[in-house]
Structure formats: C-alpha cells, structure tokens
Design a protein around this ligand. Structure first.
Ligand code: ADP
Ligand code: MG
Ligand code: ZN
Length: 504
C-alpha cells in the first residue's frame, strides 16, 4: 500500500469543488431462516453446519422466498417513504467468487421492491437534511472466506483458504440513495448522519440489530467531485464495506481530498472500488469497477414474482412504530431541550438510557443530568458506551428519587453512583454501607451551625450587619464538618435564623 499522494487540504478542496455522494447500505435482516431456504441464520455456529442444497447451490435445488424477509423489506421501504412495487422479480447477478456457491447472487435489478423515497437526517447543529432514496431491494449474503497462512488474514500471501457457507443466503436489504448534492463541506457529516439515522430506523422497525461492528450493516461510500458550479457529475470512486459511523465520515472526507488532489493536478479519476483503512484513515485502490452488463443480470426463473397486495402493504404501514426522528422531536419537546442538546445525547449513546430512567420514575431533568454528566464522564474514562456501565437506569432513577426526597444532596448522590459503578451494590446498599445519608437530624445540624458561628465571629457579625451573602462561608464550614452530608439549603436557613436575619 504505497500510494502516497499529496492530499489537497479539505478547505481548499471545497473551495474549488462540489462533492456528490451516493451511499449504498447493506443490512442483514434478523429473520430466523435464510432468504430462500429454511436454514438457520444464528451466528456463531460451527462452519458449514447451517447449509442445505439450496444455499449451497446444488443442481436442481429450488429456492422459496422467505415471507418475513419480504415483509421486512416492505417495512423498511415504507419507513423510507418509498413506493412499494405492485409486482417485482428477483434477478440473478452473475459472477464467480468462491464464497458464492451458486456463481450468481439472487438479487433484484431493475425491479426493486421499494423505490423513490427519502430519509430526513439531523446534523450536529440540529438542522435537518433530506437524503433522497433511489431504491431498497432484497438480496442474499455470500459465504465467508478465511485466508490462512498470510499476514493479517489477507488473501495475499495465503497458502490456502477456508470457506464457511453459513452466511450464504442470509437475507440482505440494500438501500441506495440518489446522488446527494448540495451538502458542500458537510457531505461527510451528512453521510455519517444518514447511516446513523438509517441504523436507528432499522432498529426501531425491529428488522435487524444493525450492528455495524458485527457486519450486520455496512456502507459503500460513492463519491465524486465536480468543479464548483458545474452541472455534470464527475467520475466516482466507491469505497466498499465501511463498517463504522466514524469511518463513513472519514472515508468521505479522505476521498474529497484525494479526488481534489488528482483533479487539480490535471489527472483523471478512474471509476474503481476502494478499501478504507481504519489505522491511517485513508483509502487504497481495489478493483476497476464492473459495469452492470458485466453481471449479465436476468430475471430469476426459479422464483415466482413478488406481488404484495395493497391490503398487506397498508396493514404493514399501519403497524409501523413511531420513527426515530419523530420520536426524538417529540422527546425534545417533552424534555424541553434544544436540537444540539438532543444531538449530544444521541452522540453520547444516552438516549435510550435517559428514556428508561424516566420510565423508572425519574424526572427528565435529573435523568438527563446524570447520564450526560457524571455517567458520561465515567463511560468516557472507561472507554465504554454508557450502556456498558455497571449501573442500570432503574438505579439512576433511585438515586434521583433519593435526591428529590432530600435524603441525598448532589455531592452525596455522586458518591452513591461512584459506589454502584465500583460494584458496591445497589444505591440503597451504598448509602447504608458508606453512611451517606444527608444529616437531617435538626439537633445535630443545629450543633454544627452553632459551632460554625462560634468559630467564625467576624463572619457572623457581617451577616448580622446585613451581608447575607457572607453566609456562604459558614455553610461551607458546616458542610465540611458534616463531611458533605448536610442539606446546604437547610443549613443556610438555620444560620440566618440563629443570627436573626431574614433573607431578601
Ligand atoms: P453500483 O451498483 O455500480 O455501485 P448503483 O447505482 O447501485 O451502482 O450505486 C451507485 C451509488 O452512487 C448510488 O447511490 C448513486 O446515487 C451514486 N452515484 C451515481 N453516480 C455518482 C457520481 N457521479 N458521484 C457520486 N455518486 C454517484
Ligand atoms: Mg455499488
Ligand atoms: Zn440452506
């Protein structure tokens, strides 16, 4: 990988060119069985134990369409505001690759099940950007090759390859955008926001867990540049199988800089696939791109056409859940937070946790405060997502309840959370074991206040003379004496009472 090229800076690239992007996202459906046979789709089985003559492409074996797969495709299509075909067929996409036993992939070509839709996505500043959808079609996954003997599992230098066909035939939905124009310098951000919104949507629909790190969802990033003000698109590159949100953004950004470097030095972009490298954030050349005719597409003769009745489509439409963007907008109103706050919550991976904490009885403000403050920090420090922390939303709700009841103040609550995270037990157990209750015994508090007044006669005089603000120093002394376990507001009241001063 020695293609060193002098990239043009991102700003310079955008000053001269407009990016055009196309995103192709593959989603593995979470059906129990494969798309065209009854084999299990469960992950983690011994290689080649979930296969049959159909998904192994044996002569004479006949495929049957998985109805749940079709229903999932329609759900996705409807959620993406697409039209649903009244009649469509599968097609054979012919090519040879060892992990594809039939030597063709059963896919859809010019008759996709869903087409002409859009997905609104939200950018960091809370603004909405509409991404037009070209189509969503059904197809099947390939098997997996394992190259042995070479470095880092690459085919290059390998002595032999092993094949596992358990994945062959698992249903996939491929969702293809129309060319995305007009995003300008925000194109990489739009790409990331789109894939994220799509992921949330797929999860909300319950059709897949869409875990990118497990390959259940992967994105091809097509990108081209055209000189500012031009009308005709430039030649695109296609960076394949990008498998994290961050990488989608970085790949788009890198390609913008690379295309600009090639174009501005008088070169031409070749249409090719490229690979993204996490470590360097760069892409390298893959293979020169096939044209559609290279695949010799033709309608699949072994499968009947898919002709979903309008009644069925409407039934599915009626069963769609509230979609993620609409839901976030509703929650924003309910919680009274801004668009950027909501983006921050989403970025922190805290949305569902906050929702669950509220469902467990906390008020929105404190649920948000804990997950976006203390707990976000702990997650950050531990380098994990907040849902991996050793505290449940119900426990966070219990902590806020104790604060609301006056049994804990914020400082003590933080210690309780710290204790729960450290495995010391439930919030109540931590309170007991660490002795963290707010001192509400008026006698004990009164004594502490008397002591503070006696120990700071100068301050006490100032307060008597009307400088109520000086009470802070005495409150501090009491808090120190009670190891933070007093209710600061009550302490202040007592101080003023004892010094015969009324506030305000
Ligand atoms: P292929 O299967 O060859 O990759 P598709 O039409 O399925 O072709 O997908 C190409 C993707 O790239 C689509 O999202 C399309 O909108 C987008 N696209 C097409 N032309 C360009 C271009 N010149 N620059 C950027 N994206 C493009
Ligand atoms: Mg493609
Ligand atoms: Zn099978």
């Amino acid at each position: 990988m020695t293609t060193t090229i002098d990239l043009v800076s991102y700003e310079d690239a955008l000053a001269s060119y407009d990016p055009v992007m196309g995103l192709e996202v593959h989603v593995e459906l979470g059906t129990n069985t494969k798309m065209f046979c009854g084999c299990s789709t469960a992950l983690g089985a011994e290689p080649n134990t979930q296969t049959c003559p159909t998904c192994l492409g044996m002569p004479g074996a006949l495929p049957v369409v998985n109805a749940t797969g079709v229903e999932s495709a329609i759900r996705i299509g409807l959620a993406l505001n697409c039209e649903i075909a009244e009649w469509c067929r599968f097609a054979r996409k012919n090519y040879f690759y060892p992990d594809m036993p039939k030597n063709f992939q059963t896919s859809q070509y010019d008759e996709p099940i869903a087409f002409n839709g859009y997905l609104d996505v939200q950018l960091e500043d809370g603004e909405t950007f509409r991404v037009e959808i070209e189509r969503a079609h059904m197809e099947e996954d390939t098997g997996k090759s394992l190259h042995v003997g070479g470095a880092t599992g690459r085919i290059h230098g390998a002595s032999h390859s092993l094949l596992d066909y358990n994945r062959a035939g698992i249903p996939l939905i491929e969702i293809v955008t129309k060319p995305i124009t007009g995003a300008g310098e925000r194109a990489p951000e739009v790409a990331r926001a789109y894939v994220r919104e799509l992921r949330e949507l797929i999860r909300a629909l319950g059709v897949s867990e869409a875990r990118m790190e497990q390959g259940q969802m992967r994105c091809d990033v097509n990108l081209s540049l055209m000189p500012k003000g031009a009308e005709r698109f430039g030649t695109r590159s296609e960076t394949k199988n990008v498998n994290s949100l961050r990488s989608v953004e970085r790949a788009a950004r890198f390609e913008i800089q690379r295309h600009a470097a090639v174009l501005s030095s008088g070169g031409t972009i070749v249409q090719e696939t490229r690979h993204f490298h996490e470590d360097t954030g760069s892409t390298t050349s893959g293979r020169v791109k096939e044209e559609a005719e290279d695949y010799r597409y033709f309608p699949e003769p072994d499968l009947v056409p898919v002709a979903p009745s309008r009644e069925w489509v409407e039934e599915i439409r009626a069963s769609l859940p509230e979609l993620p963007l609409a839901r976030r907008n509703r929650l924003r109103e309910e919680w009274g937070v801004s668009g950027t706050d909501m983006q921050a919550i989403l970025n922190a991976g805290a949305l569902e946790l906050i929702v669950q904490t509220i469902e467990a009885g906390a008020d929105a403000t404190s649920a948000r405060k804990w997950w976006m403050g203390e707990l976000a920090r702990s997650a950050n420090e531990a380098g994990v997502a907040p849902d991996r922390l050793a505290i449940t939303p119900a426990q966070v709700a219990r902590v806020s309840e104790l604060v609301a009841k006056g049994e804990l103040n914020d400082k003590l609550a933080r210690q309780v959370i710290e204790g729960v995270l450290a495995g010391e037990g439930t919030p109540d157990e931590v309170v007991d074991r660490r002795g963290l209750k707010v001192v509400s015994d008026e006698g004990a508090l009164g004594a502490a206040v008397d002591e503070a007044i006696a120990g700071n006669p100068g301050v006490a005089d100032k307060i008597r003379g009307g400088k109520v603000a000086a009470a802070g120093a005495l409150v501090g002394a009491v808090m120190k004496a009670t190891r933070g376990q007093a209710d600061a507001a009550r302490v202040k009241e007592l101080i003023l009472e004892k010094l015969g001063v009324t506030e305000g």
